[in-house]
Design a protein around this ligand. Sequence first.
Ligand SMILES: [Zn+2]
Length: 277
Amino acid sequence: MKIQTISKTDNELCFVLSGIDSVYANTLRRIMLVEIPVLAIDEVTFIKNDSALYDEIIAHRLGLIPLTTDLKTYEKKDSCSCKGKGCAKCQLTLSLKAKGPCTVYASSLESTDPKVKPAYPDLPIVKLLEGQKLELEATAVCGIGKEHIKFSPGLAYYRAYPIIELKGCKDKLIADICPKKVFEFSDKLEIKNLINCDLCKACEESCKDNSIKVSASETNFIFNIESFGQIKPIEILQTALKVLEGKLEEFEYKLTKKEEKPKKETKTKKVGKKKKK
Ligand SMILES: [Zn+2]
């Protein structure tokens, strides 16, 4: 397996993963979308709401505000040592107090943990008119996208790496036909930006002498990760790999446990120790 970074910004990561198959690529994608724990507002107590919007609409909006998450500090409620009761490791409180006339933005949310704050402070929540008040207390918990999409850390998608075979094509028009500007033409057609190719095959279909062949790689994939702001794209990838490893370990443990069970006929409570590779 080989990994090569194509581009990297605060919110986006693009890389080529080589030497895998589509099953592995899709597993990784699905874990990135719905199995990474991040914080989101889950419960809201309204103390005062004079705004034109119902409590539930505001609560819904608050739930969708991405909150910066420190994965080293927080973990999922059901795997937390408090056993789901709620403690400083799996939840925190945010409060909001505003008086009109004004537009209430996400930045008005005051968090008890300075590390946890709205990723985009300029997200509008509601407009308040003269004299209207909004006061509430919200509880953010750590969850995964499988439970609710508000816990999804971002978008993850991939496409097959393009393979373009050029057999001395002399057609100058092909460079202009390609919508992704993959080719350049000097004295013959050459590939300039292979990574841009989205396999539309416009070049192959327009080429009269069959000197272009476009196909999709079955082992190399171009991945894109776009973060919603809670954690960095690289953390999404790293956490996804940890989650996958954990799942495989659990699978292996359950397999070995099943194998061992019939051998032990005595009723011992000792569970077979996790085998390490
Ligand atoms: Zn806890």
